[in-house]
Design a protein around this ligand. Structure first.
Ligand SMILES: *Cc1c(COP(=O)(O)O)cnc(C)c1O
Length: 369
């Protein structure tokens, strides 16, 4: 039987009765918007992530939008970010009216390169927006130092990194805000869309809460132009059931990753590297291989699904060409886009399945090397 690269269905099926009971309770209560499940989730997720506050919103994309706006980022501001990420990171900067400025990545962790960021700082730069890609924290100490030196806001896109740590510190403690996505295939996924802004400053948290609800401060009193971006009670109820498992699931992903590394480390393929100070939660297990497309095809023949996150860096996407970049501007990001391949690493993989994945990768690479 083919092994898919992600499989949120098995996870939800295992919790089907608890999820159904939680949804039924919302239905009975009649409180569908900003009720006890949203406020409960806003207390529980920050405990996992290490932030003081959590503000639930209706997607991981809106979490970035609200995090930027709550930190005062808007028209005329430049935000330095990575071109090698999901499109939402860049899109959110444009949605608040600011300008994305790309800097290249490091191939060791696929994250924004702090050295490249410093070169891009101008008098208009207001913030840095690194992504903790694939579930590994970016170089948070370096970014903190750069942000302090140049008086910039630091906002992390942690959509793929719920529960990740650096030097034992939770990802929600870093910067002026961090964001999460509860898209169904994320490490904590709902049965629909959802996201959260994590912050440590009470005023920023209050502004984020106001912004997600049309900029309202008291009933029908509006201090800011906001958004309609609330998380539903039903989604929050589902997420609270699943949140109880997140630490176990992250551990299971790490165990699967450790197994692949042990099985594949003598092969001519670049395996993902977790920096010793990082607690990597392996949202993706992403290797690099020059004949990536051939490898993907051979894995498919052997019943193993895989995926390319992401096949093109954002500076070369049609929608973003007017930012003025060209091929060759970010060589590391462009190389990553040609070579990355993610394997199934989800927590429900059985021992037999992960063995099948590792064997398929080993056999395919031997044929291609
Ligand atoms: C999933 C994801 C998002 C967007 O989250 P949605 O919930 O789909 O809006 C943003 N950034 C990254 C890096 C992501 O992986």
């Amino acid at each position: 039987m083919a092994i898919p690269v992600a499989n949120p269905k098995i996870q939800n099926y295992a919790l089907k009765d608890d999820i159904a009971a939680a949804v039924a309770q919302v239905f009975e209560s009649g409180a569908f918007i900003l009720g006890p499940n949203v406020s409960g989730l806003e207390e529980e997720v920050p405990i996992v992530c290490g932030s003081k506050y959590g503000v639930a919103v209706n997607s991981g994309t809106d979490a970035i939008v609200v995090a930027l706006a709550a930190n005062g980022i808007g028209p005329g501001d430049e935000v330095i970010t990575t071109p090698f990420t999901f499109v939402a990171t860049t899109e959110a900067i444009l949605i608040v009216g600011a300008k994305p400025v790309f800097a290249d990545i490091n191939l060791d962790d696929f994250n924004l390169d702090p050295d490249k960021v410093e070169e891009k700082i101008t008098s208009k730069t207001k913030a840095i927006l690194p992504v903790h890609l694939y579930g590994q924290c970016a170089k948070v100490d370096r970014f903190k130092a750069i942000a302090e030196k140049h008086n910039l806001k630091l906002i992390y896109d942690g959509a793929q990194a719920i529960g990740a740590k650096n030097n034992g510190v939770g990802m929600g403690e870093f910067g002026d805000a961090s964001t999460l996505s509860f898209y169904p295939t994320k490490n904590l996924g709902g049965c629909g869309d959802g996201g959260m802004v994590l912050v440590n400053d009470e005023q920023v948290a209050a502004m984020a809460k106001s912004l997600r609800f049309h900029g309202m401060d008291a009933t029908y009193s509006y201090q800011y132009v906001g958004y309609c971006s609330r998380l539903d009670e039903i989604q929050a109820a589902v997420l609270r059931v699943k949140l109880k498992k997140i630490s176990d699931w992250n551990e299971a992903r790490r165990a699967n990753a450790a197994y692949y590394i042990e099985q594949l480390n003598s092969l001519p393929v670049k395996l993902p590297v977790s920096a010793p100070e990082n607690y990597h939660i392996y949202h993706q297990f992403t290797l690099r291989f020059a004949k990536r497309d051939e490898l993907k095809a051979k894995l498919a023949e052997r019943g193993v699904g895989s995926a390319v996150f992401y096949p093109s860096p954002l500076h070369l996407q049609k929608a973003y060409l007017n930012l003025g970049y060209k091929p060759g501007d970010f060589p590391e990001a462009e190389k990553a886009a040609l070579e990355v391949l993610s394997l199934p690493v989800y927590p429900e993989l059985t021992a037999a399945e992960r063995n099948q994945v590792a064997s398929a990768v080993a056999e395919s690479i031997k044929e291609l090397a």
